[in-house]
Write a new protein. Structure first.
Length: 495
C-alpha cells in the first residue's frame, strides 16, 4: 500500500515537473509532444496488462468488412516500372454487373484448398515427373500436381501493336503468361477487356515447335501438347479444373510506357475455362525460363516487389526491377533448395510468435520447408506449428464468444456485440533472423461480424511444405531477388 501511495505521489511530482517543463518550452512544440508521449508511456507501464497492450492490435469491427467502394492508394503510381494491384473480388475490379457471380467466402476457401493440394502434390517428391502427351491433343491430362488454382490479385499490362490493355491475375506460383485470344477456336469465357486479337497486332508471331522456348513449356506446365501445323501448343490445367489451351506466340509486352519488351512469349488461349473471373488471363511470375521474370531479366535482373492492398477495396503495386525506391528496412531471407527446379519461391519458416511470446516449437517441425505464394489465400503451417499458434491465440482471445469453423479456418469468433476488439500480434520468423510481423489486416478473415476467424490453417499432412499466403502478406513490401537468391520483407509497402 505504502509503495503504491509513494508511486502515485512520485508520478504526480513527475507530471508536475514535466508540465512546468512543457510550459517553459511551449514554443518548441515538438519537444512538448515528446514529453507528453513520455508521460503516456509511463502510465502504460504501470498497467498490469502493459505487456499485452503493446503486443496486440485494436481493430474497429466495421473495418473487417469489405467496403463496396474502391479507395485507391494514391502513392503506388509514384514508383518506376510499377503496376497498380487490385483484388479480383473487390470493387476496384469492375465486374460489369456480374456481382452475383462472385464466390462466397466458403467457396474462395475451397478453391484455396484446391490450389494448396496441387502445390503439395507438385512439390512432393513422388509426383515430380512430367506427363508426355500426344501431339495435337487438345485435352489435358487430369494429372494431380500439374496445375493449381489461379490466385486473386490483378495487374493491367499492354500486349501487341497497337497496344491492347489486359487485366491479368499475377501468380508467383506459375510461369506461363497467357490471355484469351481470338478467334477462340474452342471457347473463351466472358472477360472485362476486349479479347486480344493476334491477327490485329502487327508484331504477333506464332512460336515454332522447334524453338527452345517450346521445350521449356513442358517443364513450366508439366504438359507437352505438341504442335498444330508446326505452331507450338501450350496447355495449363489448374487444380480446380480450370484450364487454358492454345498457341504459343510472341508479341510486344508493355509494362509501362518506358518498359516495353519485344518478342515476349505467351499463350494465345483458344480454349479457356474456369475460375478466372472476368480477367483476361494470367501473368506468370515463377522462376522457370518462360516466366515474365526470366524473360525480362536483362532489364530487371530477376528482381520484383509487390505490396498486396490492405483490403479488397484498396490498391497496391507490383514493381519490376530495383530502381532505388526500396525501403531501407527490407530484411532478406535466403531462397531455399526445397523448390529447386520448380516455379516456386522456397524459404524457411523457423518460428512463430503470438502476443509477443515466441511459441516453443521444435525446429524439426519446419524441416519440410516452405514457399511464399501470391496466389494462396491462407497461410498453411505444419500441424505441430498451427496447433500451438491456435492455442495461444485462443487463450489471448478468451474474452470473446467463439463461432463455428469457416471451411478450413477453425479458430473463429462472434463479434456481433462489439464495435472494436483487441487481437494479439502475430509474427513469422524466417531463416536469417528475419521477423515478419503480420499486419493487422492479415490476422483475421471475416465472413461476417458473427464469424471472424484466425486467417491461418494447418496442413493436413506433417510432411507437406508450409505456405506463406497472401492474406498474411497484405501491406508488406515483398521483394523477390531471384538473382541473389533471396526474398525480403518490409512493413508498410503500399504507402
Ligand atoms: C498461328 O498458328 C495457328 C495454328 O497453326 C494458325 O491457325 C494461325 O493462323 C497462326 N497465326 C499467325 C498469326 O500466324
Ligand atoms: C449479444 O448480446 C445479447 C444481449 O445481451 C445476447 O443475448 C447475445 O447472446 C449476445 N451475443 C453474443 C454472440 O455474445
Amino acid at each position: 500500500m505504502a509503495t503504491t501511495v509513494s508511486f502515485v505521489f512520485l508520478r504526480l511530482l513527475l507530471c508536475a515537473y514535466l508540465l512546468s517543463l512543457c510550459l517553459l518550452c511551449s514554443l518548441k512544440n515538438g519537444y512538448a509532444f515528446a514529453e507528453r508521449e513520455y508521460i503516456e508511456t509511463q502510465e502504460v507501464k504501470s498497467d498490469e496488462n502493459h505487456y499485452y497492450h503493446h503486443n496486440s492490435h485494436t481493430i474497429q469491427l466495421n473495418s473487417l468488412l469489405q467496403s463496396p467502394v474502391c479507395d485507391p492508394s494514391t502513392k503506388a503510381s509514384e514508383r518506376k516500372s510499377s503496376l497498380k494491384v487490385i483484388h479480383r473480388h473487390g470493387p476496384c475490379f469492375k465486374q460489369n454487373g456480374d456481382e452475383a457471380n462472385s464466390p462466397s467466402h466458403a467457396e474462395i476457401l475451397l478453391q484455396d484448398q484446391a490450389r494448396v493440394n496441387s502445390i503439395h502434390s507438385k512439390l512432393s517428391k513422388k509426383s515430380r515427373q512430367v506427363d508426355r502427351k500426344d501431339a495435337g491433343g487438345s485435352t489435358l491430362p487430369a494429372k494431380d500436381g500439374s496445375s493449381m488454382g489461379s490466385g486473386n490479385y490483378i495487374v493491367t499490362v499492354g500486349l501487341g501493336t497497337p497496344k491492347k490493355s489486359l487485366s491479368l491475375i499475377f501468380d508467383t506460383g506459375s510461369d506461363v503468361t497467357w490471355t484469351q485470344c481470338k478467334p477462340c477456336v474452342r471457347y473463351c469465357y466472358p472477360q472485362n477487356d476486349p479479347i486480344y486479337d493476334a491477327s490485329a497486332s502487327k508484331t504477333y508471331t506464332n512460336v515454332s515447335c522447334s524453338s527452345d522456348m517450346c521445350d521449356e513449356l513442358e517443364s513450366a506446365t508439366g504438359n507437352s501438347l505438341g504442335c498444330a501445323s508446326s505452331t507450338c501448343l501450350y496447355g495449363i490445367k489448374y487444380g480446380d479444373n480450370s484450364f487454358s489451351i492454345g498457341f504459343f506466340g510472341t508479341d510486344t509486352l508493355t509494362i509501362t510506357s518506358a518498359d516495353v519488351f519485344e518478342n515476349f512469349y505467351f499463350g494465345c488461349g483458344q480454349n479457356n475455362r474456369g475460375l478466372f473471373g472476368k480477367t483476361a488471363g494470367l501473368l506468370g511470375l515463377g522462376r522457370n525460363a518462360v516466366s515474365v521474370v526470366s524473360q525480362t531479366a536483362t532489364k530487371y535482373k530477376q528482381f520484383f516487389s509487390y505490396c498486396l492492398p490492405s483490403s479488397s477495396s484498396s490498391t497496391g503495386h507490383l514493381t519490376f526491377g530495383n530502381s532505388g525506391g526500396l525501403s531501407k528496412s527490407v530484411k532478406f531471407t535466403p531462397l531455399s533448395a526445397v523448390t529447386k527446379d520448380t516455379s516456386f519461391y522456397g524459404l524457411d519458416i523457423v518460428g512463430l510468435s503470438v502476443g509477443g511470446q515466441k511459441l516453443s516449437i521444435s525446429k524439426s517441425v519446419f524441416s519440410n520447408g516452405a514457399i511464399i505464394d501470391s496466389g494462396t489465400v491462407i497461410t498453411r503451417l505444419p500441424p505441430a506449428a498451427y496447433s500451438p499458434l491456435s492455442t495461444a491465440f485462443r487463450k489471448l482471445m478468451a474474452a470473446y464468444p467463439t463461432a463455428p469453423a469457416l471451411s478450413i479456418l477453425d479458430t473463429c469468433y462472434d463479434f456481433s456485440n462489439y464495435t472494436s476488439i483487441k487481437v494479439p500480434k502475430i509474427s513469422l520468423f524466417f531463416n536469417g533472423g528475419v521477423e515478419v510481423s503480420i499486419d493487422v489486416t492479415g490476422i483475421l478473415y471475416a465472413n461476417s461480424v458473427s464469424q471472424v476467424c484466425l486467417a491461418m490453417a494447418a496442413n493436413s499432412d506433417a510432411s507437406d511444405v508450409a505456405i506463406f499466403g497472401n492474406t498474411q502478406q497484405k501491406t508488406i513490401e515483398v521483394v523477390y531477388d531471384s538473382a541473389r537468391g533471396r526474398v525480403g520483407f518490409a512493413p508498410k509497402g503500399c504507402s
